[in-house]
Design a protein around this ligand. Sequence first.
Ligand code: F6P
Length: 327
Amino acid sequence: MKKIAVFTSGGDAPGMNACVRAVVRSGIANQLEIVGIKRGYEGMIDGDFEMLNARSVSNIIHRGGTILKSARSKRFRTVEGMEQAYQNLLKAGIEGVVAIGGDGTFRGATEFSDKYQLPFIGVPGTIDNDMFGTDFTIGYDTALNTAIDAIDKIRDTATAHDRLFFVEVMGRDAGFIALMSGLASGAEGILVPEYETDLDSLVKDLEQGHKDGKSSSIVVVAEGDDEGGAFEIAKKVKEKLSIPFDIRVSILGHIQRGGSPTCMDRVLASRLGVAAVEALIVGKNKEMVGFVKGEIKHTPFAKSVKHNHKMSENLVRIARVLAFCDA
Ligand code: F6P
């Protein structure tokens, strides 16, 4: 193997740059040439390639976003788009690819490498932490810290005004950000897509908390909750409450996707980037490199896209016990 490519795809995540840097530098250390593909699968289809050297990735380990840019590609799902991408990779002499992204990225990679004989290794990069085969995805820790920083600030103003806040965090299909940021910020309610939301029981908790002397409360809502987003849930809860809470809603949105990666994310990204290059060198294909119980683990794409990262019921229980002192 002489030449490999690397790209970032799907929703960007803090630490993607650190991972690109690790792929480039460990590739060079193994006498490989490294091609950067711009804008994920879109750039693969358009032939938007650029040679990367050790200096191309200088001073990016601490930066959010991705120097390779990212995109969600509909064209790659078409036969023509995939064929065009393959021809471009072939023409550029690329013999292996490192894909940094989430579920959608690996679905595309699985289909592609089933059809064409070109090795693909995936690195889990998404703030959602919803990938099977890794305890943590790149960007998750940073997003959590951004979320709790914001929720702590909301807690200050909520306390000052005796208000009930609904704070929406990211996670269309997964509630890991909501659960962990809610637990870490002492939220009175945490609503996630993994568990059916019971608004009557939430209202009961909030009213009981009020009776027990809580003058303000925070409910963290994952954007993909089955009862809707934070605005919708706030409206439904308002109709059910018998105590007139002063309610406000705050949507954290894309600030959770940006910012300088935490130490955890930089180290994780560096380790996984190196592991991905080493996997290609020893001939692995269609696998995701992940981090499980402190060790690098390889999981076939077929498994990583089929299974869900399971949410810990114990953490859900702990969050509740600590907010209301009951189990
Ligand atoms: O997958 C990462 C993520 O940030 C989700 O949490 C969120 O639902 C989605 O991407 C938003 O995507 P976009 O930036 O394309 O609107």
